[in-house]
Design a protein around this ligand. Sequence first.
Ligand code: GDP
Ligand code: MN
Length: 398
Amino acid sequence: MNLHEYQGKSILQSYGVAIQNGIVAENSKDAVKAAKKLTELTKTKWYVVKAQIHAGGRGKGGGVKLAKSLDEVKNISESIIGMKLITPQTPPEGKKVNKVLITEDVYYPGNSKPKEFYISILLNRSSGKNMVMYSTEGGMDIEKVAEETPHLIFYEEIDSALGLLPFQARKVAFNLGLKGNSFKSMTKFITNLYKAYVGSDASLFEINPVLKTSDDRIIAVDSKVSLDDNSLFRHPDYKVLRDLEEENPTEVEAGEAGLNYVDLDGNVGCMVNGAGLAMATMDLIKQSRGSPANFLDVGGTADAERVEFAFRLILKDPKVQAILVNIFGGIVRCDRVAQGIIDAYKNMGDAINVPIIVRLQGTNAKQAKLLIQESNLDVIAATAFEEAAIKVQEVLLE
Ligand code: GDP
Ligand code: MN
């Protein structure tokens, strides 16, 4: 689950990480109220209006703007809320902005040389360890830094049993070139950032930029956070942080029904039981020169109701030109699945407007094939993997 900047920052704050103060708003009136409150709180005279979407690069796309008065807060918020923000990380059509974060200006005029750093904590999957990845080159595309000046990116691996040790926090501060008070602030920042990462069961905490102010404070100006979905049951209070509008609606609907559905950009819809078979089926489709339109694991029970639901999900995608059903009958018998498909097909009638290729293998596969052939429905039955592949190819060429 991905979080918005303002949500990530509030987790950071709860773990004692210093942040750029801000208040979220859904309309320009609340944005002005938020700005007034920030002035009471921090004495700031200038503000930053920041679009809240699940994508970075907002600054470049015009989603982060400095406001030097309450009037400007109002006007900028009005123009940003409701806009379709396009950044290098959004889909080409952009993402709709529903909320803005109004923050204090931390690059204020007296803050002569704010220095920007990059700091993230993430899981290094190849070593199986968490690591701090950091750089003196903050505020820029870290991908670009990695490509052009890789020696300016540092890595610090953390032993899960020991946690982040004090000497490691000092090493980070040292490598970032800090001294005196800012050195101390940075070690505290890193220590608490790691606590936030572990405590929230995150898979990523990326802060770009981390700012060093002229009075030697170290603060998080941005936050990009991904939480591990498998651990959400341990954090019932995080449930409200999920923003369904940021997610693919079909994937949300599938998730609610307990199906594993991932939207892809090809033309062959897949209905499969088991994730491994689903992966193999996608390969099969590629080999038959098609391209999978989705990944869908219907799980163990493939009764008529579930099959119908899955067909309807797949057919929501206008790119789908054929559907390949590939089910292995282990615990669930193939003839039962076949009957489920036939019943679903009859129920849906004209709603099914693309050819369906069904490959059932396992217990009672022969009976299943017979059932489908005798149903007189427009369903093509196959038993072998290759046979199914050839049939997919045939219907796509038609
Ligand atoms: P991103 O573009 O989506 O990564 O959004 P960020 O939160 O990183 O903000 C983008 C840029 O806005 C930063 O790199 C800063 O240059 C600028 N910015 C952020 N906060 C402030 C601020 O308080 N004052 C000023 N003047 N600029 C800011
Ligand atoms: Mn950023």
